[in-house]
Design a protein around this ligand. Sequence first.
Ligand code: DX5
Ligand code: ZN
Length: 217
Amino acid sequence: MIEIVPSILAADFCRLGEEIQSVRPGADMLHFDVMDGVFVPNISFGLPVLRSVRAFTDMTLDVHLMIREPARYIEAFARAGADMISVHLEADGPEGIARALDEMARCGVKRALALRPGTGAEAAAPYAEMLDMVLVMTVEPGFGGQSLIEGQLETARQVRSMLDRCNPACRLEVDGGVTAENAGRVIAAGVDVLVAGSAVFGKKDRLGAIEALRAGN
Ligand code: DX5
Ligand code: ZN
């Protein structure tokens, strides 16, 4: 099943509740981009906003942490309402990443590992068996509204075949520059979870935009 996950980074934050309601009937999860201004050159939002969103909606919250040394904050994001957390492989050394994944298990949230462009599929292999999802970035993390890096679809394909060998149930998500025009190619690469910011919140007809992504056309 193909899942479409609107990213609220592209929403109007003054009307966040209405924005969430506008996608709720069609979306499979809601994507929540947390940026620290250190791991990525931008700052977005964090725990207080997640807490408010959690109290407002029963949607599954997919929290993408673009922060250094994420193990420090797993418990806080889990308590604030995350259902699934992605940490970046590049955001800490192997011990720190293992600690972050352990924290997620301890806190009862689904575990995902994110790869920025330039990180090869094989880097995720040592963690593959513990993961619920791998997130392959199709733009440099930090900003919405960029164009999808086509070469990352090859990384997605490689991650999918690695997962098929050691953890077939693990989902594969891509994030960045996904549009109705390229969704077909993304899905053909074996991706089953598509994050989309501008391609959903940038359109008037939110539900139509979600279905166009899901149909891959
Ligand atoms: C970028 C974020 C993305 C972003 C995607 O660092 O991780 O989730 O919101 O936005 P679009 O779909 O507009 O590229
Ligand atoms: Zn994201």
